[in-house]
Design a protein. Structure first.
Length: 252
């Protein structure tokens, strides 16, 4: 199927590794000019080289530390300056974090909220005016499940992104812009490999994943790339889980 993405542009945060990297490479394979962004410039340059070696358009590389308040606006402006416009925004930067909920202070909670919600909101709102001007856009948020097994610092911010995206979807649809959220299950990444050993993977898989394994970044990237397509113009405001069947609720 021709996803009609050739000639589009995309800004992908968190594109140095894991899900963000797979999405960036997948979009590039469809003819999209990609702006790669993360904190680690050398790794971004590796991703850019892989894209070019595979026949893709030379990506732009913009390093950004999204924990800094002004970075979303700077990143959006720089991506627009280099590419002329942003057709697709993929908010893939973020991270899970367990906290000692009895000991955590306000700064601990604020850091988690800032990285996983506030900066996503700021970057999205920095990009939306350009999309409105062009009367077209796709925004895809890589989020997290809203049914935590225990208190996890990231659960609240991820749920906030879902609700923010749902509300925004109703305001921007008339401009040809869609926004959707994808909560990953256990998808192989640096973070997953760092946090969990083989025993945990085996135990969790047996107890919780109907498909019977952890997922691969490319399997989630497939959905993100489809949502970025002009063919997905009637899909907006949704939360679509890619988790091997872990999510148990049929109506949320």
């Amino acid at each position: 199927m021709n996803l009609q993405l050739s000639g589009k542009t995309a800004l992908v945060t968190g594109s140095s590794a894991g899900i963000g990297r797979a999405i960036a490479k997948g979009l590039a394979a469809e003819g999209v000019k990609v702006c790669l962004s993360a904190r680690r410039a050398p790794i971004l340059e590796e991703v850019a080289a892989e894209i070019v070696d595979a026949g893709g358009i030379q990506p732009e590389v913009v390093t950004a530390d999204l924990m800094q308040k002004a970075e979303p606006a700077r990143l959006a402006a720089e991506a627009i300056r280099r590419m002329g416009r942003i057709d697709i925004l993929v908010n893939s930067a973020g991270g899970s974090r367990r906290i000692d909920w009895m000991q955590a202070n306000d700064d601990d909670w604020l850091d988690i909220m800032t990285f996983n919600y506030t900066q996503i909101r700021r970057l999205t709102m920095a990009v939306v005016p350009d999309m409105i001007k062009n009367q077209w856009g796709r925004i895809i948020n890589i989020t997290g499940k809203a049914e935590p097994n225990e208190l996890n610092g990231v659960s609240g911010p991820k749920a906030a992104v879902h609700n923010f995206a749902k509300g925004l979807s109703r305001q921007i649809a008339k401009h040809g812009i869609t926004i959707n959220s994808i909560p990953p299950g256990k998808i192989y990444s640096e973070q997953i490999r760092r946090k969990y050993d083989q025993d945990y993977e085996t135990d969790y898989t047996e107890k919780s994943i109907p498909v019977g394994r952890f997922g691969h970044p490319e399997e989630l990237a497939f959905l993100a790339i489809c949502l970025a397509s002009p063919l997905a113009s009637y899909i907006t405001g949704n939360v679509m889980h890619v988790d091997g069947g872990v999510h148990r609720f049929a109506f949320s």
